[in-house]
Design a protein. Structure first.
Length: 621
C-alpha cells in the first residue's frame, strides 16, 4: 500500500491536463481506500434470474456494488449474460456449475478536437473528453470461495515454530541445550519480536523443557500478532453475484437452478476477518485483554460460557495441542475463553474442551507383508497431556490382542507384537492400531496405520518330454513378479542344473533366463525328474517364493541306425536320407512332423508318412 498525493493549487499557477488528472486520481484513490474500512461486494439490487425463452441466459437486474479495488459498479438497466460459452467447453459431463461475477469497467467517450499541442506529450487531433464508468459481467466454471480457507492456512502456519522445532529436536535432551539455543536464536533473528523484545536474551543454553515451552509459546504469539495485524490485502477478483447449475438433455444445455445467496453471492463486507458460512472468526480477539474482548465477543454474537486460565504446558508436544484451537466458532456453539497472564490476554477459545494430547507411532519391522507369514510391529504411545491418561490399545489385524495401562505426563510406552498375513493376500496389506485415551470426562481415539506391499512371484519351467541317453536337451526358465507395487530381485535355482540366475523384475513384469543345457546320462533310461525354485530376497530376507516346479524327461532306449528300417516301407536308401536330414532314430521320427519328413522324401504321400510316424510313436512308447 502506497501513500497518495493530493494536488495543490496556488495563485498564478499554469494548469495543465496533468494537474486536472492528478486531482481526479487523488479523489479516486481516496474513495478506493474505503473498501478497507467498509468492505466490498453487493450493496443493493443486482438480482440474477433466468431469461424467458433463452435457456442458457441469465438477466442481471439493476443495482450497485463496490469492486475489490474500491471502484463503484453501477448497473443501470437489465443486462443479459449467456452462459453457453462456458457450457460449450464441457465435452463429457451432462451437468455444469457456473459462477456469475461482476467487475468494474470503463471506456473513453465524447471526442473533441484539440486546439493546442502539449509541450510534454504527444496529442492526437481528436481526444476523448469523458470516461464512462460501467461494468463487466462474466461467467466462469465454479470455483469454491477460498477466502476463509486461505486465511486459516496462514493462521495455522503460526504454529510452524513448534512444528519445526519438534522436527529438529523430537524429544527434549539437555545435552543439546546449545543446539537448541542456536536454533531459537536463528529463528528470532529472522523475525523481529514485537511483544517480547528481550526474548533472545532470555534464551539460554541450559534450558528446562518448561523454559522451552514458554519461549515457543511466546514465539507463537509473536507470529500470530504479526499475522493478525498484517498489511491490507487487495484481492484480484470480481464480485460474486450467483451460482448457476446447468444440465444437458439431448445435447441441449439449459439452466436448472440459480443460487443468489452466500457464499455464492458476496454481500458488502470486509476481508479482514473471513470465516466460513455460519461461523465467526474469533481470532480477531487473540492477545486482546479480556475486559475489551468480552464486549467485542458480545457484538459478534459469540456465546461465552466463561473463562479459564491458560497455563503453558510442561512439554513441547502438549504446547502444540494446547494452541491448536480452531478460530472459527459456529453460530450455535458456546465457547470458553482461555486467558493468559495477569493482564488476561485471550489466547484461545477451547477452554475445558481441548482433546487429550496423545501421540501414537506405528512401524513395521519388515518392509513387506509375506502371504502366510507374520509381520512384526512396534507401536509407541506417548502422553503429551498434563494429566494422567488411561489407554487401551488394540490392532485391527489381531482382534484378540489388547494392551492397557496408565501413562503419566510425558511418559511413553512401546509394544512389540506380530500380526499374521493372510495366505491369499495380494496387493497391499493395511493394518491399523487404535488407542483409546481417557482422563476424567475427556476421551479421545487416536489411530496409526501402516501399508505394506505383498510380494508374489511365479516360476515357469519348460523343456522336451522325451530324450535318448547322451542327448543334450534345453530348458527354459521364466519368472513373473505378480506384485502390484514393488520391484523384486528374483533368484532361480535347479536341483540338477544348479543356479540359473538372478534378475530385477518390475511389478507385473516377467524375465526369461538364457536357455540351459542338460546332457542326458548315457546310462539312464525311464523318467528323469528335476525341480526348480525361485526366491525374492530383499535385504537378506526371503519375501516371496515360487516352486518347486518339476519337469520330467522320459529317456528312451537309443534305437538308432538301421533300426529306422524296422518301420514298414523304410528301405536303407530312405533311412540314409532321413539320417542325413537330422531324423536319426525312431524317437526323432516320432517327434517329427509329416511336413518335415516329406521335405526329405517328397515322393511319399502324406498318408504314408503319417503311418511311419504313428509306427515310430508306438515303438518308442
Amino acid at each position: 500500500m502506497q501513500t497518495i498525493v493530493r494536488p495543490r493549487f496556488y495563485c498564478g499557477q499554469l494548469l495543465t491536463d496533468l494537474d486536472m488528472s492528478a486531482l481526479v486520481d487523488w479523489t479516486r484513490q481516496r474513495l478506493g481506500l474505503v473498501r478497507h474500512r467498509d468492505g466490498w461486494g453487493v450493496v443493493c439490487g443486482l438480482d440474477v434470474r433466468g431469461t424467458p425463452g433463452r435457456p442458457t441466459t441469465v438477466t442481471i437486474r439493476p443495482g450497485y456494488a463496490v469492486g475489490a479495488l474500491g471502484n463503484d459498479i453501477l448497473v443501470g438497466h437489465d443486462h443479459t449474460l449467456d452462459l453457453a460459452a462456458v457450457a460449450e467447453d464441457e465435452q463429457k459431463e451432462n451437468t455444469l456449475t457456473v459462477d456469475v461475477l461482476l467487475d468494474y469497467g470503463e471506456r473513453d467517450t465524447d471526442p473533441h478536437t484539440t486546439f493546442a499541442k502539449s509541450c510534454c506529450a504527444e496529442t492526437a487531433a481528436c481526444e476523448n473528453s469523458r470516461t464512462r464508468e460501467g461494468f463487466h459481467a462474466y461467467a466462469r466454471r465454479a470455483e469454491e470461495p477460498v477466502d476463509a480457507a486461505a486465511w486459516k492456512l496462514g493462521y495455522d502456519a503460526c504454529l510452524g515454530v513448534v512444528d519445526e522445532f519438534r522436527k529438529r529436536f523430537p524429544s527434549f535432551d539437555p545435552k543439546f541445550g546449545k543446539d537448541m539455543q542456536r536454533w531459537l536464536w536463528q529463528w528470532i533473528d529472522k523475525r523481529t519480536p514485537r511483544i517480547w523484545c528481550d526474548l533472545r536474551s532470555r534464551v539460554t543454553a541450559t534450558p528446562s523443557e518448561k523454559d522451552l515451552t514458554q519461549w515457543l509459546f511466546e514465539l507463537v504469539q509473536e507470529a500470530r500478532g504479526a499475522y493478525l495485524t498484517g498489511p491490507c490485502e487487495t484481492p484480484c477478483d470480481g464480485v460474486r453475484l450467483a451460482r448457476a447449475e446447468l444440465t444437458r438433455v439431448k445435447n441441449v444445455w439449459g439452466i436448472r437452478t440459480i443460487d443468489v445467496y452466500p457464499p455464492y453471492r458476496r454481500p458488502l463486507s470486509t476481508d479482514a476477518w473471513p470465516a466460513p458460512l455460519g461461523s465467526v472468526n474469533a481470532a480477531q480477539m487473540i492477545w486482546h485483554r479480556w475486559p475489551e474482548a468480552c464486549t467485542r465477543f458480545a457484538d459478534l454474537g459469540v456465546k461465552v460460557t466463561g473463562t479459564s486460565t491458560f497455563t503453558v504446558p510442561a512439554t513441547v508436544a502438549a504446547l502444540r495441542s494446547a494452541l491448536a484451537c480452531d478460530p472459527f466458532i459456529p453460530c450455535h456453539d458456546a465457547v470458553k475463553i482461555e486467558l493468559y497472564g495477569p493482564e488476561q490476554r485471550v489466547v484461545g477459545f477451547c477452554g475445558g474442551d481441548r482433546p487429550l494430547a496423545v501421540a501414537v507411532f506405528k512401524k513395521a519391522k519388515q518392509g513387506y507383508a509375506r502371504p502366510g507369514a507374520n509381520v512384526d510391529y512396534e507401536v509407541r504411545v506417548r502422553n503429551d497431556d498434563e494429566t494422567n491418561v488411561d489407554i487401551v490399545v488394540v490392532d485391527s489385524g489381531w482382534p484378540t490382542w489388547k494392551e492397557q495401562g496408565t501413562l503419566k505426563p510425558g511418559e511413553e510406552v512401546s509394544y512389540n507384537y506380530a500380526v499374521p498375513t493372510s495366505a491369499g493376500a495380494t496387493g497391499t496389506v493395511k493394518n491399523t492400531v487404535s488407542v483409546t485415551a481417557k482422563a476424567g470426562t475427556r476421551q479421545r481415539v487416536v489411530t496409526a496405520q501402516t501399508t505394506l506391499p505383498v510380494p508374489r512371484i511365479r516360476l515357469e519351467k519348460s523343456g522336451p518330454k522325451k530324450a535318448v541317453p547322451g542327448a543334450v536337451v534345453q530348458f527354459r526358465f521364466r519368472v513373473y513378479n505378480d506384485s502390484e507395487h514393488v520391484t523384486l530381485p528374483i533368484a532361480v535355482g535347479d536341483n540338477v542344473l544348479g543356479p540359473i540366475g538372478q534378475a530385477e523384475v518390475g511389478p507385473g513384469e516377467h524375465h526369461d533366463f538364457p536357455l540351459r543345457n542338460w546332457e542326458v546320462p548315457k546310462t539312464v533310461t525311464g523318467p528323469q525328474t528335476n525341480q526348480a525354485a525361485a526366491e525374492a530376497i530383499v535385504d537378506g530376507q526371503v519375501v516371496a517364493e515360487a516352486g518347486p516346479v518339476a519337469h520330467t524327461v522320459h529317456v528312451m532306449p537309443d534305437v538308432t541306425g538301421r533300426e529306422l528300417i524296422l518301420i514298414s516301407g523304410i528301405a536303407e536308401r530312405r533311412a540314409e536320407i532321413l539320417r542325413a536330414g537330422g531324423i536319426r532314430n525312431l524317437v526323432e521320427l516320432a517327434e517329427a512332423t509329416p511336413t518335415r519328413v516329406r521335405e526329405l522324401l517328397p515322393d511319399l504321400s502324406e498318408r504314408v508318412v503319417q503311418q511311419w510316424i504313428d509306427q515310430a510313436k508306438e515303438a518308442t512308447r
